[in-house]
Design a protein around this ligand. Sequence first.
Ligand SMILES: Nc1ncnc2c1ncn2[C@@H]1O[C@H](COP(=O)(O)OP(=O)(O)OP(=O)(O)O)[C@@H](O)[C@H]1O
Ligand SMILES: [Mg+2]
Length: 371
Amino acid sequence: MVDNADVVLDAVVDAIVTIDAAGQILTVNRAALQMFGYTESQIMGQPLVVLMPEPYRSAHEAYVERYMAGGDAGIIGIGRELVAQRKDGSTFPIYLAVSEIQAEDGVYFVGIIRDLSEQKHAQDILLEQRDHLAQVGRLSTMGEMTASIAHEINQPLTAISMYAQACIRLLERPQPNSDKVLEAVRKLNDQSLRAGAVIERIQRFVQNAGGQREVVDLNALLLDLQHLVVGDARLHGVELVYDMTPRNPMVFCDPVQIQQVGLNLIRNAIDAMYEIECINGREIKVISTVLEDGGQPCAQVLVVDCGPGVAVEDAPMIFSAFHTTKSDGMGMGLSICRSIIEEHGGELSFRNNEGAGACFYFQIPLGHQDE
Ligand SMILES: Nc1ncnc2c1ncn2[C@@H]1O[C@H](COP(=O)(O)OP(=O)(O)OP(=O)(O)O)[C@@H](O)[C@H]1O
Ligand SMILES: [Mg+2]
């Protein structure tokens, strides 16, 4: 039936196999022999299913039976992806299209088989590259995390070194004042405990355990910050002024995290005012209020400085990681603050004051663990 077409068929890269109605192989082209590793004499007269591994073999037999019984066309007329088997038993992906030929002496089927190995390989490489890209993405998240660890640990470490130096200076005096030394050592101790708490929080984060949240008085948390920034504030000639709502807003939060936010905002305010040598004043106001207008009641915290304010061109970027206008800044502070506040179901934003300086403020919902 196909004698005259041999030359053409042998030039085709796809394997072409003809079978009779009983599923016996009648002819194969050269590509088919190469693809499956048989010689012509080995494959002639064999059932087509020798070219398939299980479970495709049984499925194919069932298709042919159904088809011959006049039922479902199965793979006839439409192609599908299957797995084929070489003589040596190894398997490879193929695309098989089978068509029916009605000849004078009966029904034949022609199977055109395309080896998809290379295509699959290319697909695998693509998937591999995608995985690789995802990994690069994770690495950059890790880069940001490392930077955030460095940022958070830096504050207590700077304070520790400051108090240690103060101790040295005090002890070097001819008659050291033991009360002052004791005070400095106590603060040194507070700061090292704080560094420990920050590390513990990061460990919990890495283990995905979530923060340790509890119901706390936000005012008390903020007032507690005084002890942490007093040295830094004094060093830069600025002063913290508190204006706390008398309502003692109770919030369900991770207290170390919320204090970190307050600390970062106050540190930024100190930097901003120091940068312009406090020409507009020396006060940083830390304000707490309760907002009840519409929706869930919130506690709001404002840190108001009298620095230069945020420049219009910087405004869209200041919350992005690694954006900084400072020669020694990491640009992590605000990005850490925003993610902490968002994790607490709140919002962090800023506005420039009508007079001088900027106001950074955040809300977190008032409430209890079981709400
Ligand atoms: N109170 C502020 N007044 C004016 N500009 C501010 C204030 N707070 C932040 N900014 C601007 O936002 C930028 C980003 O602040 P962020 O705290 O994220 O990083 P940083 O302070 O520069 O570095 P670090 O990682 O050490 O905190 C700052 O570099 C500064 O330009
Ligand atoms: Mg900062």
